[in-house]
Design a protein around this ligand. Sequence first.
Ligand code: SF4
Length: 461
Amino acid sequence: MTPTKARAKTLVAGVGDLLVRQQALIRRLQWTTIALYIALLVLPLFLPLPTSQDFIWNNVTRFAQFVFWGIWWPFVILGTALIGRFWCGLLCPEGALSEFASERGSGRAIPSWMKWSGWPVVSFISTTVYGQLTSIYQYPKPAALLLGGSTLVAMVVGARYGKAKRVWCRFLCPVSGVFGLISKIAPLHFKVEPEVWRRPLTQVGAIAAVNCAPLIPIKTMQGGSACHMCGRCSGHRGAIRLAWRRPASDIVYGSGRAATRWETFLIVPVLLGLVPAALHWSSSGLFQSIRQWLVELCVSSHWIWPLSVRLPWWVLTNYPSASDVMTVVDGLSLLALIAVSSVLASCMFMVALVACSFVLRKHLGAVHHIAQALIPVAAASLFCGLLSLTITQLRCDGIDLPFIDRCRGMIVLLAGAWSVMIANRISALYTASIQRRALATTLVSIPTIAFSWGWLVVFLF
Ligand code: SF4
């Protein structure tokens, strides 16, 4: 190991150890985040809706919108990809409140239904779709309902199940599945060395138990996509330390090999299908076509109510004072667009993944592993799609970021290229044949290039 690498290794391990020593400071930071979170969620409820004369810097509601959707959401995604899930372990107000409730709660056993691995996928889909139907990015009431409601449920779950644990975060949180996937490309992780762990205790000194709030069996932890990187276990038995790793090595050699169908489901139809549609439906030509078709159908069938009836704001967007009302037809058109986009992404990518697995002579055995190669492009798509919220809000206030759209296009293209390279590395694990490897990589590259190109068109034209 070169001296530079040795220094970097020591420095990173030192950061992990610092986290153990600074748990009290981390607690204080968490309470500060909680106070800010509650203030930004609740204050806008008591204020009138912003007008065109209100800006991020002089209006609490606009400021809260910008913090939640322009900074927090996209940059937590970016941070997870760059350094792992530190947000979850150190700052997340929902996780901190759930653990706080759990420390004082009844500590019941976790019911088996709660451990179903599909919950993070189901809850991510439901919250994303519901958020769009109620225009969560624009209005304080749906934001308070969805975020506040989720925090409340997290606290109730914490108060009932586990002792000083984050049962909510581990099994139910709507973004835990996405964060878990994206953290696999991060170059940092808490590394466990089993041979050091197995040493007799006398050789490693006195041991204090570690409370791993997200319930990870630390001794056997591999990759650590469920790890919240709270740092509490750093240095435990001399066997755990914060360490560098080759980005995406976890996908190729680690937890990617044991990927499940739920992870593939989250990557393909959800992150590569549902999310782009949910983030760009208002400017979608397909949405307008579906809507037009539904309107004509209603008119020709003399159904007026889907075009005129107004539902409460917590069902469909309903803000007449802001001239923003969604009809039933609008809502159905949005749902149809999301469904079409998910089906299209599934067809495009799943055909390639299945064909790729057959080319590698694994029948369907390598599908989920190769699907993990798509994590970089899915993460870039999510981040760059969410950046639209940041850019739109800043543009409304007269702040134009030059070259931002080209940068976004470049990020998605580079991430797509990275995905193809990872697919190539995964293929090498299954075949020694250069031809089969090249064919498998080409198969993955076709939908990946098409998908990245689609984003480029959205950003640049
Ligand atoms: S394994 Fe658990 S205790 Fe260790 S850093 Fe991750 S979340 Fe914290």
